[in-house]
Ligand binder design. Sequence first.
Ligand SMILES: C[S@@+](CC[C@H](N)C(=O)[O-])C[C@H]1O[C@@H](n2cnc3c(N)ncnc32)[C@H](O)[C@@H]1O
Length: 212
Amino acid sequence: MFSIVNDARFWDRAARKYAADPISDMAGYERTLERTRAYLKNDDAVLEVGCGTGTTALRLASSVARIVGTDISGEMIAIARDKAEKEGIANASFEVGTPDAAPWPDASFDVVLGFNLLHLVSARAAAIAGIHRLLKPGGHFITKTPCLKEMNPVFRIVLPVMQMIGKAPYVSFLSGEDLDREMREAGFEIVERGRHASRGKDARPFLVARRR
Ligand SMILES: C[S@@+](CC[C@H](N)C(=O)[O-])C[C@H]1O[C@@H](n2cnc3c(N)ncnc32)[C@H](O)[C@@H]1O
């Protein structure tokens, strides 16, 4: 039932609405940008995987030399390119792609970003290994990931029904500890853990992992 092609189609259909929806917790988002910028340098080459419509890459572009966003959805990438052009941001580019099949040589990037993505990737171990490969030794992988194991258990009932009728993509049930362990097993050292939501229970741990 799940395949990368079906997921790409799901996200293609969602792209216009995703672009139009406001960020639900702007204070939490700004906190994430602020903590992310703490790891960026002016001469850095940065990759954002699962970049969606490019909002974050475009917000961070002025802090780095260049930023590339990739996503499985061609519709998301088309919107991101359009926004970059309209905003006149020349050091951001966007390509269709997945973290485990990226075209760049090993150690191409100083920092890799992946926000609201890892829970959606069925081949998560391959994705994390791909990101590890793309990072320079000592480079950082910065993530914030919805962890459904920490959310209302009703999702366990509702989600399969929504998936059956094509209203939800592949999603894994993760905890912050699962992600933490998977990153360490892939050769990362966790250097920062945070929760940035400005209200309510925060089930989206922010992790900064350094490539050993
Ligand atoms: C919830 S959106 C998050 C977008 C953006 N990172 C943000 O925080 O707003 C998830 C994005 O991941 C992309 N995606 C889903 N599965 C993917 C995969 N296996 N590889 C790359 N991108 C994927 C979707 O197309 C979508 O744009």
